[in-house]
Every structure is written in C-alpha cells, then in structure tokens.
Design a protein around this ligand. Structure first.
Ligand code: DON
Length: 319
C-alpha cells in the first residue's frame, strides 16, 4: 500500500516496486477461472485456459514480466489498433475520420445491425466492420503488397518480425462467413473501395499474426511513447497518430464494455478473442496480458483483472 501511494503521486515508482506490483497482479489473479475460451473460431477452442501472462514495458524500455509472457497466441482484434495507427499515418487525420468514424456502436464487435442502423457507416475502427474498412485503406497495389505493409508495420511496433499462424488463419478463413457478409454489406453501401473477399482475407490474416503478452507490452509502450518503440528506438508512427489511436481505443477498445473499462481502469486498451489485451498508460508504459478465458463481450477475464490491479496499484488512471 505504501508503494501504491508513492505510485499515484505521479511518475512510475522504482523498478523494484513495479516489478513486485506486476508479480502481485499475476499472483492474485492466476486462479480466477471465470469466463469461457472462444470457440467460434474452432482452433481457438483448443487453447489451454490455465495460461496467464502479465507484462509491463516502461517508456524507457525497462521490462517486467510475470507468468506465460512468451507464450504466442493470435493477436486477433488487437491488430485493429495498430493497423489503424499505420493507416492514419499514411492517410492523415481527416480522411480516416470521415471514412471510418470514432463513435462506439454500443453493440457487439461483429454486429451487422450496427451497420444497418447507420447507413452503412462502420462507426469505428475497432469493430469488425470498421476494421475491415480500415484494412481496405492499407496502401499497396495488390493484396500481397498490403500484407507486406501490415506485417512490416506491426513488426515495427513489436520490435521483432511477427509471423502468421497458418492454422489459425485457415481455421478462421473457413468459418468467417459473417465477416464476408459484413464486407459485402459495406460494399453495397459504397463504403469499401477494394474487393470485399480479398479485404476480409487480408483482415483474417492480420488477426492470425502471433504475438506474446511481452510483445503486446512493447507495442503498447510504443503508443505510450509517442510512436517511438522504446526497445528498438524506431519511430513507428507520429505522436499525433498515437493521440488519435488512443482516443479511439478509449471510446471503443473493449467494444460495448468500453465505458465500464474506462470507468474502472481509466486507460485506453484493446482486447482480442484469443485472450490478449494491450493497455496504454500515456507517457509511462504499455501493459500486455494474455489469458484465454473471456467474458461475454470477448474480453479476457484475468487480463482485465490484472490490468485493473496494475492501474490502481501503479496509479495509472488518466482521470
Ligand atoms: O474477426 C473476428 O471475429 C476475429 N478475427 C477477431 C475478433 C476479436 O478479436 C474480437 N475481440 N475481442
């Protein structure tokens, strides 16, 4: 509690103190077994529900890891945040705002109704419709060039070359009829300029890139650090793009639970159905968590609890 009081005074506490608070966030939540492993993408149902990792990377590059932080899993929806940042960097604030939007749908991440209720506008880049529309804006003459752009860009955020999990990709490609329908619907409203099936295929691949909780913490720390990867020293995107991306995450990063998340944790974050969550403490650190059991909105239960613990104990709430 002493450490917690010092932490809430401003900057992060000493390395030793952060280290013990990360361990505590891990230990206190490792036996939580609420929630269910996602299985609408068949292969995800095979994940070991006991896995749990918590990682913090500070903006000065210092690392704190607890549990299964090197275990790789598919990035899933967390890719939406980083592809969005890369597209904003390429196209600029205004065109992306008009095309994709920044408001929460209040509905699940794969809602078709949200599109129908809004004249085909996807509303924000964190739901599937907006993410598919964002992936369509990725520069490149063809899908191969777009894929290279996505892999290289996300790898710069992570500070290492990310690889595709071909089994996850194929499992989702065989069962993503709903996303294909969403892309077709966007096209029917004149809101998709690329081939809808090719775009969904690219989006499905970006979701199957493999990351670890540690990678997510580095990626989050890059957004926390104005776009400068604190481990590699590479400027990945501009500070303005980080600001835009973090605002979108605050509003919609945890789907229809984004308000509750902001209320309890007070930081921008993004979840994925494989069980990852990335959270950004601007100017301070990135937090990466992994645990496959999810709540009904598709957000990792232990990940939310560990992040809440850290936000409180490290005094990270931005409000
Ligand atoms: O499109 C999908 O359904 C998945 N590739 C990603 C969804 C996801 O991660 C939602 N997150 N919590």
């Amino acid at each position: 509690d002493d450490i917690e009081q010092r932490a809430s005074a401003g900057a992060l506490p000493s390395w030793d103190d952060v280290e013990s608070l990360v361990q505590a966030a891990y230990e206190r939540n490792r036996t939580v077994d609420d929630g269910e492993v996602a299985d609408y993408i068949p292969i995800l149902g095979e994940a070991d529900p006991a896995l749990f990792g918590v990682a913090v990377v500070e903006v000065d590059g210092r690392v704190h890891d607890a549990g299964d932080v090197d275990r790789r899993f598919s990035i899933q929806s967390i890719s939406k945040a980083f592809v969005y940042a890369l597209v904003c960097e390429e196209l600029g604030h205004r065109p992306v705002l008009e095309r994709i939007g920044v408001n929460n749908t209040g509905l699940p991440f794969n809602s078709v109704m949200a599109i129908e209720l809004n004249d085909g506008h996807p509303l924000n880049p964190m739901v599937n419709a907006g993410a598919i529309a964002t992936t369509a804006l990725v520069p490149g003459d063809d899908a191969d060039a777009q894929w290279a752009f996505i892999v290289e860009g996300l790898s710069r955020f992570a500070g290492r070359t990310l690889e595709l999990d071909d089994v996850v990709y194929r499992s989702e490609a065989a069962t993503n009829q709903r996303n294909r329908a969403i892309a077709g619907l966007l096209e029917s409203y004149g809101r998709l300029d690329r081939d809808p099936l090719e775009t969904v295929d690219l989006y499905t691949k970006q979701c199957a890139l493999l990351v670890s909780a540690h990678d997510l913490a580095v990626m989050g720390a890059t957004l926390a650090d104005g776009g400068l990867n604190p481990v590699t020293g590479v400027q990945v995107v501009s500070p303005e793009v980080c600001r835009d991306t973090l605002a979108v995450l605050a509003a919609s990063g945890l789907y229809e639970r984004s308000g509750e998340w902001l209320f309890e944790i007070g930081l921008p974050g993004k979840s994925g159905v494989a069980g990852g969550i990335v959270t950004v403490s601007p100017g301070k650190a990135g937090i990466g968590t992994y645990s496959p059991r999810l709540d009904s909105a598709g957000n990792s239960v232990r990940g939310q609890r560990a992040t809440a613990h850290l936000a409180r104990s490290l005094g990270l709430n931005i409000f």
